[in-house]
Write a protein that binds this ligand. Structure first.
Ligand SMILES: C[S@@+](CC[C@H](N)C(=O)[O-])C[C@H]1O[C@@H](n2cnc3c(N)ncnc32)[C@H](O)[C@@H]1O
Length: 180
């Protein structure tokens, strides 16, 4: 799938202009007080740019050229990498790796385990992987937990929303796994 970065970003700009909160994901990530964050599947940099605004060292990775062009326009000072998350190897690790906006649902079918391995490999010891995605599109929490386990991460907590409402079933979840 290819994206139109400017069009994607304009939707969030509109919500923000109307007073909506477009930074729930960044707020949850900030609650872990990370010094460094990898925004995996960063798109136009919505999450990374907000984290950088709070003094956090961020890196963004996405495979889509148009999304990254918009991210670079919006924040030229951030390190943005055009890479596939599948079997990613940046040669560094982070306090938090975040996947916001259904990232695992947009990787080619069958590549989800390698995508999770690719991002999990960038979580430092005692660091966290935080991911939110819809559960009605074929990729289940059992699958995701198994892929995290295979990548050496342990389950920590699961929420129904980025504002940490408890998960009690339902069609969306935000999962937190950590590296022991
Ligand atoms: C809905 S967008 C979310 C963008 C951003 N995280 C946000 O929340 O605004 C999903 C993004 O995941 C990226 N993505 C999906 N699979 C990927 C993969 N295997 N490697 C790199 N990026 C991927 C897409 O290119 C797209 O930019």
């Amino acid at each position: 799938m290819t994206w139109n970065g400017e069009e994607y970003q304009s939707r969030f700009d509109r919500i923000a202009a109307e007073g909506g909160d477009i930074h729930g994901e960044a707020a949850l990530v900030r609650s872990f007080q990370p010094a460094s964050v990898l925004d995996a599947g960063c798109g136009t940099g919505r999450v990374a740019i907000e984290l950088a605004r709070h003094g956090i060292a961020v890196t963004g990775v996405d495979v889509d050229e148009s999304m990254l062009a918009t991210a670079r326009r919006r924040a030229p000072g951030i390190s943005w990498y055009q890479r596939d998350l599948v079997d990613l190897d940046l040669g560094q690790s982070f306090d938090v790796v975040v996947m916001a906006g259904n990232v695992p649902l947009f990787t080619p079918p069958g590549t989800e385990p390698a995508l999770v391995a690719g991002v999990a490999g960038h979580v430092r010891p005692a660091g966290r992987l935080v991911a939110g995605f819809s559960l009605n599109r074929g990729y289940t929490l059992d699958d995701y937990d198994a892929h995290c386990r295979a990548a050496g991460l342990t389950f920590e907590v699961r929420y129904a929303t980025w504002s940490r409402e408890p998960y009690t079933g339902g069609e969306y979840a935000v999962s937190v796994h950590c590296r022991p």
